[in-house]
Design a protein around this ligand. Structure first.
Ligand SMILES: Cc1cc2nc3c(=O)[nH]c(=O)nc-3n(C[C@H](O)[C@H](O)[C@H](O)COP(=O)(O)OP(=O)(O)OC[C@H]3O[C@@H](n4cnc5c(N)ncnc54)[C@H](O)[C@@H]3O)c2cc1C
Length: 386
């Protein structure tokens, strides 16, 4: 529990962490472990709960809602002060962060982990929003089971996207149709050059077989437009698909933050230690960064790298290690989940692995060095029970 005085930094290094998701929580726990009393951590976040987003994909299929954890307890576990606010902007010259309600918070180091903003790409599609996925997709699943829907398309909306949920939703929906003995044509359109291409060719090949067996045709290296209800134009090639329903990922972009230099689509460009380019004391991790694969496990690894760099600034005796991405995932299917992993270099996966056997004893959908044990300890069965 929180037995330190967190009210001011004293002679400790003032570290602000903006965000209340995977990257922020992981960074706070990591920094507390690595730097201890050398840092005074404040977590700025508007949300009262940390939500375990990956399991939202099961909600439309009759599973209980994704697990939620009080953020105040998580902050206390990291000996961090929780500031219930949003980060609105930064003055890096003065080392001051501004909150949405006008407060000024001085910092020595600031880690921005505010996630990506999502917006629907297609007017005529059901856009995935994990805060209310049951509400969005429950009707569709019912219509599938009752035989009202014959053709469904799943569309990725852009390059920077969460890799897993579109495949998971397609596989789970196909499973429902099979169980209900209803014939449905499924198509998935993606700009990737193979299914889950980031995991490398072995994983893509095996996943391709699984999708094929589930009756899901995949159109790769393709972009979709939806000019009208039920009509999809696929480019290149200009093929037109006619379907009954369309499910799409949202487009992701970096949220505006005054005073923070942004790269393409508003994302933040960092070096391998999570430092914003040309800003010694500004860091970023997670979906808000330029890394095109928006994945909780990678967000946590970025957070760990930034936490090490900040801990070193605070005088902790360690050599900060760079972010060397290893992507690990559990892909939900209608039957056994698949455990997949790959090292990533230059946007490509290598040494990919796909198996029905878990690689570790207690795998979790978001693999995070500090956060996973915390979540498991506070809700041991959250990945198990319907
Ligand atoms: C349906 C779905 C399934 C997924 N499945 C998986 C999976 O199986 N495995 C996996 O590893 N990843 C998965 N992901 C991806 C994963 O959830 C994200 O990559 C991860 O949550 C990113 O963490 P983050 O901390 O960067 O952002 P987020 O988790 O989005 O957290 C951002 C936080 O910042 C807060 N915030 C926003 N604006 C501000 C502000 N201005 N100031 C302060 N705080 C702010 C938000 O309230 C939120 O708490 C999935 C995503 C979705 C949507």
């Amino acid at each position: 529990m929180n037995d330190r005085d967190e009210s001011n930094g004293g002679d400790r290094r003032r570290t602000l962490i903006a965000g209340g998701g995977v990257a922020a929580a992981e960074a706070a726990l990591a920094l507390d472990d690595l730097a201890g009393d050398r840092v005074a951590i404040s977590l700025i976040a508007p949300n009262e709960h940390f939500v375990y987003r990956p399991l939202a994909v099961r909600e439309p299929f009759g599973y209980r809602p994704a697990a939620r954890f009080p953020l105040a307890e998580l902050a206390a576990a990291a000996h961090a002060r929780l500031v219930p606010a949003t980060l609105a902007g930064v003055d890096p010259q003065r080392g001051v962060a501004y909150t949405g309600d006008g407060a000024q918070l001085p910092y020595d180091d600031l880690l921005i982990a505010v996630g990506a903003a999502a917006r629907p790409r297609y007017e005529h599609a059901l856009t995935i929003d994990d805060r209310r996925l049951d509400e969005i997709l429950h009707g569709l699943i019912q219509d599938v089971e009752e035989g009202y829907v014959k053709r469904i398309a799943f569309l990725a909306a852009g390059q920077a996207a969460w890799p897993l949920p579109l495949y998971e939703l397609a596989l789970l929906t196909a499973g429902r149709a099979f169980d209900a003995d209803v014939k449905v044509e499924f198509t998935l359109v993606t700009p990737e050059d193979a299914p889950l291409a980031i995991f490398g060719s072995e994983v893509s090949a095996r996943l391709g077989e699984i999708l094929d067996a589930a009756g899901i045709s995949v159109i790769t290296s393709a972009w979709a437009e939806v000019p009208h209800q039920g009509e999809i134009r696929v480019s290149p090639g200009g093929t037109t698909l006619r379907v009954d329903r369309i499910v799409a990922l949202p487009e992701l972009f970096g949220p505006p933050l005054a005073g923070v230099p942004r790269a393409e689509h508003g994302f933040l460009r960092t070096d391998q230690h999570g430092r914003l380019i040309d800003n010694q004391h500004l860091f970023a991790a997670g979906d808000v960064t330029e890394l095109p694969i928006k994945h909780g496990g990678l967000a946590a690894q970025q957070a760990d790298a930034a936490a090490e760099a900040i801990a070193a600034e605070a005088g902790a005796p360690l050599e900060p290690r760079p972010f060397t991405p290893l992507i690990e995932a559990i892909l939900l299917t209608d039957s056994a989940p698949l455990f997949i992993s790959a090292h990533i270099s230059g946007g490509h996966g290598f040494s990919g692995r796909i198996s029905e056997q878990p690689p570790v004893r207690e795998p979790m959908k978001i693999a995070a060095r500090y956060l996973s044990p915390y979540l498991r300890q506070h809700a041991a069965d959250m990945e198990e029970r319907p």
